[in-house]
Design a protein around this ligand. Structure first.
Ligand code: GDP
Ligand code: IMO
Ligand code: MG
Length: 423
């Protein structure tokens, strides 16, 4: 059986959580393959809103199995808080959530190191989520990390050695911190983590595939935040792209079936770094206000701008996207006109690819389209779409070369419209 991958095509927060939840009934298993509690995936249904950080977004649909793969970095303390909140709200997960023994652990000192490195960077800071993501992946790559499986044997010793190493670095950075409470909470969470089924996820996943089970891989962050292909160094520390599903779960590339690429009808970014179509005017404020563009984890105001087709085409290419999903269309319901960036002007030249060096030297070239000025939030089928909206979809499909199969018109599970395409 094949595996499908769902991932973000912009700078994160495209609405991945909502769509994974919507698509879960079509799969047997949902698996997260990278990132950690820097993610904030929002789901809304039956008048309730949930934000997931480390737990896959398939957890609310029946008894589907959810897996946290080896490519994920896990903070036991944040995981415990998230899991207990879910259990308290009537969603037991111990039976339905398996965790890879090879996933790396975010230690309390990783969080402190994240803050210390950001402070040391001053104005050049990345604007991280402060969850210790970078330092944890750094330890993984430099072969110093602790993994979930380590909690099963001689953990205290391994933890003490890692902590001592981190404290040495922090001393060098002259960074003041107090670990006591963080550490107490974290240690209590280690005991909690042991109550879960800790697995060799690559083996379990491949066994499931041999048994003809279907798997949906859930990406976190977005392609433009990818460590290799994003707007480096203003990126996260993992491979957010489709290939990350292979390394983050142990899935062979030829198993990958559909790649769902998600984007907003406009564009947002949290934290520092280039954002060619960013708006600093009333239009940007209006998108922010109508789209409630505030971080689901940090509460930070998201930077807002028009859709960037140059960056999107690049993301579609890197991921081999087969199906597009457009989110938050309703946010543009009241606009007279809508702009789409089709090229960049750079050093007097027009370019249509995402350049190596990108900062204030890039000026977007826009095409302007008429807005649909219709409330789309209660629409149930594509037959109800206004003419201007259809024209916007056709324009995007023509530019991007991939069909838009799903359109989202509101945050609720039900506000999702599938388009009928000829197979
Ligand atoms: P993720 O990280 O990709 O899962 O996205 P986030 O949850 O961080 O951010 C998406 C936000 O948009 C959440 O608050 C969702 O509830 C909301 N949302 C998702 N789809 C839609 C939509 O079609 N319309 C509107 N208005 N909000 C949406
Ligand atoms: P989801 O999965 C949006 C951004 C941070 C920062 C950079 C590096 O909800 O889409 P990190 O803490 O990962 O070292 O921060 O990446 N970032 C996100 N932005 N959505 C996310 O996740 C993000 N995860 C990290 O703001 O700019
Ligand atoms: Mg998010």
């Amino acid at each position: 059986m094949k595996v499908d991958v769902l991932l973000g095509l912009q700078w994160g927060d495209e609405g991945k959580g909502k769509v994974v939840d919507v698509l879960t009934p079509r799969y047997d298993v949902v698996a997260r393959f990278q990132g950690g509690p820097n993610a904030g995936h929002t789901l809304e249904f039956e008048g309730q809103k949930y934000v997931l950080r480390s737990i896959p977004s398939g957890i609310f649909q029946g008894d589907k199995l959810n897996i946290i793969g080896n490519g994920v970095v896990l903070d036991p303390a944040l995981f415990k808080a998230e899991a207990e909140a879910l259990e308290a709200s009537g969603h037991p997960l111990k039976e339905r959530l398996h965790i890879s023994k090879k996933a790396h652990l975010i230690l309390p000192t990783h969080r402190v190191l994240d803050a210390a490195y950001e402070a040391a960077k001053g104005d050049a800071k990345v604007g991280t989520t402060g969850k210790g993501i970078g330092p944890t992946y750094t330890d993984k790559i430099s072969r110093n990390g602790l993994r979930v499986g380590d909690i099963l044997h001689n953990f205290e010793e391994k933890y003490a050695a890692a902590k001592a190493r981190h404290e040495q670095i922090l001393k060098g950075l002259n960074y003041e911190y107090n670990l006591d409470e963080l550490e107490r909470e974290w240690m209590a969470a280690i005991a909690y983590l042991k109550e879960f089924t800790l697995i060799d996820s690559e083996k379990e996943i491949n066994n499931l595939l041999y048994d003809d089970q279907t798997i949906l891989c859930e990406g976190a962050q977005g392609t433009m935040l990818d460590i290799d292909f994003g707007s480096y160094p203003f990126v996260t520390s993992s491979n957010t792209v489709c290939a990350g599903a292979c390394t983050g779960l142990g899935i062979a590339p030829n198993r990958i079936g559909d790649v769902y690429g998600i984007f907003k009808a406009y564009c947002t970014r949290v934290g520092s770094g280039p954002f060619p179509t960013e708006l600093f005017d009333e239009t940007g404020d209006k998108i922010c206000e109508l789209g409630h563009e505030f971080g689901s984890v940090t509460g930070r105001k998201r930077r807002c701008g028009w859709i960037d087709l140059v960056a999107l085409k690049y993301a579609i290419m890197i991921n081999g996207v087969t199906k597009l999903i457009m989110m938050k269309s309703d946010v543009l319901d009241t606009f007279d006109t809508i702009k789409a960036c089709v090229a960049y002007k750079m050093n007097g030249e027009e370019i249509d690819f995402f350049p190596y060096e990108i900062d204030d030297n890039v000026e977007p070239v826009y095409v302007e389209l008429p807005g649909w000025q219709t409330d789309m939030t209660a629409m149930q089928s594509e037959d109800e779409f206004p003419e201007e909206f259809n024209a916007y979809l056709s324009f995007l499909e023509e530019q991007l070369g991939v069909e838009i199969n799903i359109v989202s018109v509101g945050p609720d599970r039900e506000q999702t419209i599938e388009r009928y395409t000829e197979e």
